[in-house]
Design a protein around this ligand. Sequence first.
Ligand code: NAP
Ligand code: GFB
Length: 322
Amino acid sequence: MPNTVLVTGGSGLVGKAIEHIINTEAEGSRFGKLPGEKWIFARSADGDLRDVEQTKKMYEKYKPTHVIHLAALVGGLFKNMKYKLTFLRDNLAINSNVLEISHQNKVEKVISCLSTCVFPDKVEYPLDENKIHIGEPHDSNFGYAYAKRMVDVQDRAYKEEFGDNFTSAIPTNVFGPHDNFQLEDAHVIPALIHKCYLAKQNKTPFVVAGSGKPLRQFIYSYDLAKLFIWMLRSYDDVTPLILSVGEDEEVSIKQVADAIVKAVGFKGEYTFDTTRADGQFRKPASNGKLMGLVGDFKFTPFEDALDNTVAWFVANYENARK
Ligand code: NAP
Ligand code: GFB
């Protein structure tokens, strides 16, 4: 019987990217759909996964054989700092329901989605898959981080007690089309694209929050989508896997803002509001394990991916999440 792949959180940044790749790559190709395979991209209107009965109904309706579990309460630094309990409570509920109902429905494989912010803040760099639980996460997002860490614990417990094939991916910061561009709640790249766009439209200053000094690794959503599809096909280890560009691709927030100014074509005043938080200074993750397994994989150059994202935002401004 061909697979039925359920993507929870299918209407978000990463979900839409997987949908794009599955619908544009040739059937049977490395990142394409398998013959006869069905893909379902679920959104919260299809079932609130914080509610176990709605989760059960979603599985009864779609009868998935495989699940890519992306659904989560997600947000940038400033939203995380404001709603630590809500991020912890809602994500614990969503993840526990999805894993338990996947277990009850004998789903062949579940890939959940963590984030490099789960790692300890004070640890020897680079971050790798063995360092998830060896210290406190950064204070700015401990609610979200601990809920995501528990997924790794749940995966291992389901594997040991029942033999379930549950594992997780650990992406770095992601960006691309269909992101959340809300000025206050979004992640840095979509927030700054929106702010720079408005500054250009309104001939007002472009203001970046913080000092611009923190460092981040960014993965383009379409590249991440391909790696999720590769994991679905080829990765059956319970140990979570970092999905990221190399450590040498770390960039400062100032470099990101400079690239956005160039991509948007902004010529006006550009300043930093150092009264706003910088959050974690850096979280450099090694993609050594991934590259050892996936072999030949080309990441989209950062500036090309940023240009595509800005072009998508400008072309879809009316309907973009903002
Ligand atoms: P996103 O754009 O905010 O999308 C979130 C998705 O989850 C949407 O499809 C949303 O459905 C769904 N969802 C939210 N609450 C739900 C609920 N209670 N019940 C059912 N569905 C619900 O998020 P994203 O950036 O694509 O993130 C996808 C995954 O990647 C998440 O697990 C996130 O933690 C992880 N991640 C993201 C980043 C990043 O930089 N964005 C980095 C590392 C890891 P509606 O659209 O219907 O609300
Ligand atoms: O992407 P971001 O919100 O998340 O912020 P984190 C990254 C950096 O960008 C911080 C600076 O140093 C911010 O000070 N920044 C500058 C801005 N201007 C802006 C702006 O307008 N908006 C935002 N949001 N940042 C998140 C975690 O941490 O990473 C989440 O809180 C999740 O839980 C996500 O893991 C991937 O990288 O700091």
